[in-house]
Design a protein around this ligand. Structure first.
Ligand code: SF4
Length: 220
C-alpha cells in the first residue's frame, strides 16, 4: 500500500548504526582471537587468563605487581592471584622483591614461562597474518582508526594503562607539523609517523596524567 513503511520501502531500516557495527565487528574479531588463545591454552593445560598473564609479562623483565595484572585483565585481585598461584606451581612464574620497592613483591617469568609466552604469540599469528595481507595503506588507516577509537575510550577511564606512545613522557605530538612523520620520540630522538606509533613499548615511561590526557585528546 502506498506510503506504508514496509520493508520493501526501506530494506535497510533495521541495519544497526555504523558505530554499533564497528563494536560488533571488533567483538567478533576479539572472540575469534580468544578462541584461538583458548585452543592453544587448553592444549598447554593453561586457562586463557593464565595465557594472557604470561603474554603480559613477556616484555616486562623488571616484573609486575599483582594489582597491575588484575587491572590489565579487568579481573579481581583474587582471580588474578589464583591464576598467578597456578602459574607459579607449574614453574612458569616466580615471585621476588620488586626492583623499585624492596618491600613489595613482583612477578617474573621463569625460563620455561618465557618460552611458553613466545609460543602463545605464535598461536595468534593467524590474526596477524590476516592483517598483514591488507595493503600497507589500509593497515595504516585501520591502525590510525583504532588509535582514535582507543583515544575516545580513554576519556571514559575504562581503558587499562598501556605502554603506548600517546601515554609516554618521551612523546612530543606535532613537533614536525605538516611532515609525514609529524610526532617525535625524544627517547630515540627520531620523528614518529602514525604508522610507527607503539601500543606496547618496553622503553615507555608514563607521562603525568594531564599530559597523557592532552596527547590522547589531540589525537582523538
Ligand atoms: S617509541 Fe617508546 S619511548 Fe618513544 S615515544 Fe613511543 S613509547 Fe615513548
Amino acid at each position: 500500500m502506498q506510503g506504508m513503511d514496509t520493508k520493501s520501502d526501506n530494506p535497510w531500516k533495521d541495519t544497526p548504526e555504523i558505530s554499533a557495527r564497528i563494536v560488533t565487528a571488533i567483538g567478533r574479531i576479539a572472540s575469534v582471537m580468544r578462541s584461538g588463545m583458548w585452543e592453544f591454552a587448553t592444549a598447554e593445560n593453561l586457562n586463557p587468563a593464565q595465557a594472557e598473564i604470561l603474554q603480559l609479562l613477556q616484555s616486562r623483565s623488571q616484573g609486575v605487581r599483582l594489582s597491575w595484572l588484575a587491572a590489565q585483565l579487568s579481573i579481581s585481585a583474587a582471580s588474578a592471584s589464583d591464576s598467578v598461584s597456578a602459574l607459579v606451581s607449574k614453574g612458569l612464574l616466580y615471585k621476588a622483591r620488586a626492583e623499585d620497592d624492596g618491600r613489595a613483591t613482583a612477578l617474573f617469568l621463569t625460563e620455561e614461562g618465557a618460552a611458553m609466552a613466545a609460543r602463545i604469540g605464535g598461536a595468534l599469528g593467524f590474526a596477524e597474518d590476516a592483517a598483514a595481507a591488507l595493503p600497507v595503506a589500509r593497515q595504516t588507516e585501520l591502525l590510525s582508526g583504532l588509535f582514535k577509537l582507543i583515544a575516545q575510550l580513554q576519556k571514559t577511564d575504562r581503558f587499562p594503562e598501556m605502554r603506548a606512545c600517546l601515554s609516554c613522557q618521551f612523546f612530543e605530538p606535532n613537533r614536525h607539523p605538516g611532515k609525514s612523520a609529524p610526532h617525535h620520540c625524544a627517547m630515540l630522538n627520531v620523528p614518529l609517523s602514525v604508522a610507527l606509533l607503539r601500543l606496547d613499548c618496553p622503553e615507555q615511561l608514563p607521562a603525568d596524567p594531564a599530559t597523557r590526557q592532552r596527547n590522547w585528546k589531540v589525537f582523538a
